[in-house]
Write a protein that binds this ligand. Structure first.
Ligand code: RIB
Length: 318
């Protein structure tokens, strides 16, 4: 379903995972072999692909579709209503004979998380005719790495054929094949992911942000590094590196903030914004997400991002 006011055709296609997150708030990290008693536990819709598609759609002005897979179970029903209510086209989400993906998310009192993903149906995400048709209409194709890298590589090739912008959020960190990297227009990585990638490819990483981004620009033309409550850094061919500060936040829960960033950035690019402007909106949106619990439910609406950009403040923590 296209967003109201959006031009015809799907503008952002997200290729990625859909998970139900079991999120547990812990008073402190358990040591290996130790048990701790949780403060609270809740189930949330999540998965990097589903979160990013919802973030792009909630950003407004662009129509968004998701290429993913889930099982025929209660978890998929939760995910389906999450993405559909946000206006995301699910015609290329396959129902497979495998349980829906699950993520175990632990969050500490500072909002920091550790995540373990059980891929389930996400391991079966493949590019079929419906998916290819969507990519052929897309302005921006956005993918992450919780689904088979072969599928992401195919999606990148398909995007290149139709001159769509291909944005790769390289999370989680894996060994990236050359045939994928050569079709990436914009690479989005966390600071940790940037270190890992630089180490993997060049055997070293500079500790300062600017040189780190420059090293990664040897791989792809544009690199965006996300730094949580510190904001983001944008590197583009032939341009000065740009630092985009986050808005002041309490950081209740980091889960989904990166996904919010990626989806809003993709929507901005699809709507014709420059990478810098798209990163500014994405950084404001991610700041709002940091102040809210859960992945899916923390993703803001376009109206909330607009107020945050105008006032420099995010809504109070919930
Ligand atoms: O990026 C956050 C997401 O990572 C969570 O929703 C979880 O499902 C994992 O995919």
């Amino acid at each position: 379903m296209a967003q109201e006011g959006a031009p015809d055709g799907v503008q952002v296609v997200v290729v990625g995972s859909a998970n139900v997150d079991l999120e547990v708030q812990v008073p402190r990290w358990p040591d290996p072999g130790e048990s701790v008693i949780a403060v609270a536990a809740e189930k949330f819709p999540g998965g990097k692909g589903a979160n990013q598609a919802v973030a792009a759609s909630r950003a407004g002005g662009v129509s968004t579709a998701l290429i993913s897979a889930w099982g025929a179970d209660a978890d998929s029903a939760l995910l389906e209503s999450f993405v559909r209510e946000a206006g995301v086209d699910t015609s290329a989400v396959q129902t497979v004979d495998c349980p829906t993906g699950t993520a175990l998310v632990m969050v500490d009192p500072l909002g920091t998380n550790v995540v373990t993903v059980v891929p389930g149906a996400n391991a079966r995400v493949a590019l079929d005719d419906a998916g290819r048709k969507l990519i052929a209409q897309a302005h921006v194709v956005l993918a992450q790495l919780e689904v088979p890298v072969e599928t992401v590589t195919e999606a990148a090739k398909a995007a290149k054929e139709t001159e769509a912008v291909f944005v790769l959020n390289a999370a989680p960190t894996i060994d990236l094949p050359a045939e994928l990297l050569e079709n990436v227009d914009v690479l989005i990585v966390s600071r940790h992911g940037a270190h890992e990638l630089a180490k993997q490819r060049f055997g070293m990483y500079p500790s300062d942000d600017g040189p780190l981004i420059s090293v990664l620009q040897r791989l792809v033309p544009s690199v965006v590094m996300t730094k949580g409550w510190k904001g983001s850094v944008v590197g583009q061919e032939g341009q000065e590196i740009e630092f985009v500060p986050a808005l002041p936040v309490e950081s209740v829960d980091h889960t989904g903030a990166g996904d919010t960033f990626n989806g809003v950035l993709a929507a901005g690019l699809a709507g014709g914004a420059s990478l810098g402007d798209a990163a500014r909106a994405a950084t404001a949106a991610a700041s709002i997400s940091l102040n809210r619990p859960g992945a899916g439910p923390s993703i803001p609406l376009a109206s909330e991002v607009a107020v945050a950009l105008e006032t420099g403040q995010v809504p109070p923590a919930v």
